[in-house]
Design a binder for this molecule. Structure first.
Ligand SMILES: [Zn+2]
Length: 237
């Protein structure tokens, strides 16, 4: 940390404090993103779609039962008439013809129901297949999600350890600075985002304005000098 025990200049300490704050902010942001992703339920839409399809299927099955009951009712009546027709007990051609007419009429009434029954059975089969496919896809997505969550949890643990290290480092740096300098740094950070600016070839990298030689000398001597233009504390390597 401090080679040869030479105390670091205040601007250098401030520059390191700033680096630490930047690293802290980045990791905090990442940790928040990981937490948000862990808390999210990305498969909710898929599950809701499957539930809706299952409701549809129930309704279709119910409709099919009702239609089938109607068709069965017609079939029973047709059978009853046909039994009479072929029993040999009815011999009058007029009665036989009337029976046949009734049978034909009943069959014509039954026909639309039978068609509906077939069409419903087809739709039910398609819906069942769609549900199966959606459930297989959901299972695959659940597995991928759980792998992602394991990754996120591990990432979060790593980030939290890094954050603890950075926070400790920040405290150490801050402890070497006077309360007045700490306050000045915090205030500038709040106002400008970054409190410390590198001074390169006489130019403040915070605002791009050249400073006078006397400012350069003071900064080089390790004095806490603010850029005359943007006010950031100047740091000379
Ligand atoms: Zn400046």
């Amino acid at each position: 940390m401090k080679p040869y025990n030479i105390p670091m200049s205040v601007p250098r300490l401030l520059s390191q404090l700033q680096e630490t704050d930047i690293a802290l902010a980045e990791r905090r942001q990442q940790a928040a993103a990981f937490k948000a992703e862990l808390a999210a339920d990305p498969l909710a839409v898929e599950r809701a779609a499957i539930a809706a399809k299952k409701d549809d299927l129930e309704k279709l099955r119910h409709d099919l039962r009702e239609i089938a009951a109607e068709v069965d009712d017609f079939s029973a009546r047709i059978k009853h008439h046909e039994d009479q027709l072929y029993s040999g007990r009815v011999t009058s051609p007029k009665e036989l013809s009337a029976l046949q007419k009734d049978i034909d009429l009943l069959k014509s009434h039954r026909a639309p129901g039978e068609e509906q029954e077939l069409s419903l059975m087809e739709t039910i089969e398609e819906t069942e297949k769609a549900i199966d496919d959606a459930e297989i896809a959901l299972q695959r997505h659940k597995e991928a999600l759980s792998r992602r969550r394991v990754e996120l949890s591990a990432g979060l643990t790593k980030l939290e350890a890094e954050l603890a290290g950075l926070e400790k480092h920040r405290q150490e740096l801050s402890a070497e600075l006077s309360p007045a300098v700490n306050t000045q740094y915090d205030l500038l950070k709040k106002q400008k985002g970054r409190a410390v600016a590198r001074l390169e070839q006489g130019v403040c990298r915070g605002c791009g304005i050249a400073v006078t030689t006397s400012w350069m000398h003071r900064a080089r001597a390790g004095e806490v000098v603010g850029c005359p233009s943007c006010g950031r504390i100047l740091f000379l390597e």
